[in-house]
Write a protein that binds this ligand. Structure first.
Ligand SMILES: [Fe+2]
Length: 340
């Protein structure tokens, strides 16, 4: 049986830590990045995509600053989190982008943003107050900050890591705690969540093998969100893996209360995302079912031969054993379709 701790480790091991790479997750003509490069600070974010990519840029800047061993400020991120956490509508709209970003080679920043959005959705279901949502969101955004320091030679290695290399990667929670230590007096939960996010409910996690109530609730939520994010996005050495095991009720790796909230809130394929079905048709998710993350309602947009479907035809995958989603449609494939 595959252990989640191995999956997440496997996922982070395949990553990339390129201190020179500064391209956004995908080349988006006219995006916030290209404009900001010409007139920095002259452009306020004006769309949900700009907010997402603005967070991505801020995380990349923090990464560079850490690698240069300089001080960095998290206040801008904190303020942005206040705006996001205070607006459920913004969280829901940003959530759509989690299927679009996170598959790029240098995925550490988008992994952090997606994890933040999943964590916020879980916490909304757990009825967190806006102030707690803001704190959790910031902790989630910075939970893998220790990964920024892991050398490329390890993170880009396609082969299985040696025991020594694995040990290096597994130090990232501890490194994250150290990096975030300057804010521990004001926000102790920040370093704590970074340090504990790979701990698992049954004690099989790392670095300390904590179990149950020994693990902070922020770390429990972020750990589940981070694991789910890694499983549902491609990494250089593998494609997405099934989340069926994750959502199996027999799974004991995550706290039942957190898992229940996760299953209520998270759809593997959120409304507005595009998916491919096993009969090779392509569709847009128009409705999701609580507790059924794999079986949304899909409006068919393209038939099996790639022809656009003009009449409005929807398929409810709940209770339809013949049809299922084989995967999310990539950004590249989507722009190809939209150009037709
Ligand atoms: Fe991690």
């Amino acid at each position: 049986m595959v252990r989640y701790v191995d999956l997440i480790t496997d996922a982070v091991q395949s990553g990339r830590n390129d201190d020179t790479a500064q391209s956004p997750p995908s080349a988006i003509p006219g995006s916030f990045f290209s404009r900001a490069a010409q007139t920095p600070a002259a452009k306020e974010p004006d769309s949900d995509k700009d907010i997402y990519l603005g967070l991505w840029k801020q995380l990349q800047d923090i990464k560079l600053t850490i690698l240069e061993r300089k001080d960095f400020d998290i206040l801008p991120l904190k303020e942005q989190l206040r705006a996001i956490a205070g607006s459920p509508g913004v969280i829901d709209r940003l959530y759509h982008y989690t299927t679009r970003y996170g598959n790029e080679e240098d995925y550490t920043a988008s992994h952090s943003i997606n994890t933040m959005l999943y964590a916020l959705k879980i916490a909304q279901q757990m009825e967190y107050a806006p102030g707690d949502l803001e704190a959790l969101g910031l902790a989630a955004l910075l939970h893998d900050i220790g990964m920024f320091t892991i050398p490329d030679s390890i993170l880009r290695k396609p082969e299985t890591l040696s025991a020594e290399e694995t040990a290096t990667v597994r130090r990232h929670p501890e490194i994250g705690r150290s990096v975030l230590a300057p804010w521990s007096a004001e926000m102790p939960w920040l370093a704590q969540a970074a340090f504990e996010h790979h701990e698992l409910e049954d004690g099989s996690g790392y670095p300390r093998g904590l179990r149950g109530e020994q693990i902070s609730e922020f770390a429990k939520i972020i750990g589940l969100a981070s694991t789910y994010e890694a499983m549902t996005h491609e990494r250089p050495h593998r494609r997405c893996v099934s989340v069926r095991e994750l959502i199996d009720t027999k799974n004991r790796s995550f706290a039942p209360r957190v898992m229940r909230a996760f299953l209520e809130q998270i759809s593997l394929y959120p409304i507005g995302s595009f998916v491919r079905l096993n009969n090779r048709t392509l569709g847009k998710v128009v409705e999701t079912h609580a507790g059924q993350p794999l079986r949304p309602v899909v409006q068919i947009m393209e038939d099996a031969d790639g022809n656009r479907v003009t009449d409005e035809k929807t398929v409810n995958l709940l209770g339809n054993p013949i049809l299922w989603v084989t995967g999310a449609v990539s950004d590249e494939e989507l722009s190809r379709i939209q150009k037709r």
